[in-house]
Structure formats: C-alpha cells, structure tokens
Design a protein around this ligand. Structure first.
Ligand code: XMP
Length: 310
C-alpha cells in the first residue's frame, strides 16, 4: 500500500542530497505532476528553487492568477510568472498546421526557460516526470540524465516522481495540502488552448475558446461529474456558421464540446451525459461568450478520433 507521508519524507531527503547547495529551476504548469514536484523541491531547498510559470496566453481562464495565489501566496514558493503572451501569439500568427503549432510552442518554451535559467544561474532542473511517461516509451531505468539547452548550458535533471503513477501523485498532492483544484485537475495539453483553436490562432478565437472552456469546467464541476470524466472541454472550429440573435442574423464561430471517460488516454469513450446539462452549457456559451453562433457536441470515441481536436 502506497504511503504518501513516507514518500514525502524520503523524497525531500533525496532531493536535498541530489541538489546539494546548488540552485534548481522547475517549469510549473499548474498540472498535478509539476505542482507536486515543485512543492517537494521547495521543501527540500527553499528559495534556492525557482519555479517558472510561462504565461503563453494559451492557458485557461485566470490560470496565471490562480497559480500565483496558490504557489506564491499560500505555499510561499519562489515563483516567477513570465508574461510571454505577445511573443507566443506573434510567432503563432498565420500557422494552421497542428504539428507546426506544437513545434513553435515547444521551441519558445525552451527559449524562455533558458533565458531565465541563464539569468539566475541554476544548475539543476527538477521535472515532474512520472512512471508512465518513461516506462512505455523507452524502458529507461536511469534515475539521472542531463539536458543541454541550445546555448550549450547543461542542466542536471532530477525527477522526484519517477516511480509514481498518477493516482499516487494525486494522493501526495492532497497530503502536501495542495487544493483539490490542483490535486484532481483534469489533464491539459502542453500546447494549451492552441490545439483547441482549430486552424489559425487569433486573439478572438482564443478568447472564445478560453471562455467556453471555463463554462464547461464550471458546469461539469458543479454537477460533480469531474470525478467521472477524464477530460471535459471546448474547442473552436475553424469555420463560421449562421446564427440569429434578436432579429439580427450573424455569421460566427462554432464551439464544439467534448467530454470523455478514459483510464489512460489511449482509448476514450464519450459518456451518455444528461441532455439538460449539455443544453445549459450551450445556452451559457451562446449568451455569455461573444462571437459564437452555435454549439455542437462531439460524439466520437477514441479511436477513431483523438481526445484533443488537433
Ligand atoms: P489525444 O488528443 O492524442 O490526447 O488523444 C491524449 C492525451 O494527451 C493530451 N495531449 C497532449 N499533451 N502535449 C501534451 O502535453 C500535447 O501536444 C498533447 N496533445 C494531446 C490530451 O489532452 C489527452 O489527455
């Protein structure tokens, strides 16, 4: 039986040993893995840990503020929020291909991260890698490896959660006092809302996507369905459709709602969700979010569809 408080005690000791008197950096996304890794590392080395949250503008509604309040405010972690919204939007402008978007976002993340690490002189990178992240992909049993950043700077990687599975990470998160919102948070893709805005990313589509996602999350969580669902979100299609508001016809965006049940994201099923909830979500999105003509519900399992739209 997994013992969270024992794990916490042991991993703090191990992190102290591994990091020694050096400085360490962690990319905090607000997902449960990087959050737990950040709290453990901060308990081990205090302010010699710098947690970096890059605000790409592709995050969920109020995400940067929430992360700041929890990690800096409540937990006292040395956290820097780096506003790179304009940079990401500019570099993504005109890009339609999903893989191209992912490449650009990945490159920008590394560039921003490298800039910060160079400025602060960190030598160690703490990562929230968990067991399924490496077991199937590589069979890699090393506990340490290094990464070389493009400038030639080398960071030693430490991974305190390498032996844990997701359910265990969530137990540790609760034991560490992380709020439910973080401990039980649904998975969110690294490229963020970029893969939920189909085709070209514009500020207008991004805002529709952000607001619609917030409404879906709110309604599902209000019903307590978040415990049953693997993911629940909204995407903005790359097409407009006709609507009518008041007496005025309009030509506006189509928002697709997606909800899936899954165990590991390899396969996923669309749940038989109550129609009343779907209609409530639809009503809220069309009345509260500007520039939306209609809302549709995706009824495709994985396979053949992927969970995300891009
Ligand atoms: P798909 O869409 O491939 O998603 O069925 C499976 C799981 O992975 C997440 N996902 C991503 N996560 N970077 C990530 O870190 C990505 O580019 C990415 N694409 C999809 C998705 O949210 C789901 O949980």
């Amino acid at each position: 039986m997994f013992n969270a408080s024992e794990f916490i005690e042991e991993s703090i000791l191990k992190l102290k040993e591994e990091i020694g008197d050096r400085k360490a950096i962690i990319a905090l996304s607000g997902g449960v893995d990087s959050s737990v890794a950040a709290v453990l590392a901060s308990k081990a080395i205090g302010d010699r840990l710098l947690a970096v949250f890059v605000d790409t503008g592709l995050m969920r509604k109020n995400e940067a503020e929430e992360i700041y309040n929890i990690f800096k405010g409540d937990l006292g972690i040395n956290l820097k929020i780096i506003d790179k919204k304009d940079l990401f939007l500019k570099e993504l402008s005109g890009i339609k291909d999903p893989e191209e978007k992912r490449k650009i976002i990945g490159r920008l993340f590394i560039e921003v991260f490298e800039e910060v690490a160079k400025e602060n002189g960190e030598e160690v990178l703490v990562q929230g890698t968990i067991a399924p992240d490496w077991i199937e992909s590589e069979g890699d049993i090393k506990t340490h490896h290094n990464i070389a950043l493009p400038s030639g700077m080398v960071l030693e990687v430490v991974e305190p959660l390498r032996d844990l599975y997701k359910d265990e990470v969530r137990i540790v998160a609760k034991e560490l006092g992380l709020p439910d919102k973080i401990a039980n948070r649904q998975p969110f893709p690294g490229p963020g809302l970029a893969v939920r805005v189909l085709g070209e990313i514009t500020l207008e589509k991004l805002e529709v996507c952000r607001e619609a996602n917030a409404i879906v999350e709110e309604e599902i969580e209000k019903e307590g369905l978040n415990k049953k669902l693997w993911q629940y979100f909204a995407a903005v299609l790359d097409t407009k459709a006709t609507g009518v508001k008041g007496d005025v016809r309009e030509y506006n965006w189509v928002v697709a709602i997606r909800m899936v049940e899954s165990l590991d994201a390899m396969t996923a099923n669309v749940p038989e969700i109550s129609f009343a909830i779907l209609k409530r979500i639809s009503k809220r999105i069309t009345s509260e979010v500007p520039n939306v003509a209609r809302v549709v519900f995706d009824i495709t399992d994985k396979p053949p569809a992927t969970i995300e739209f891009e």
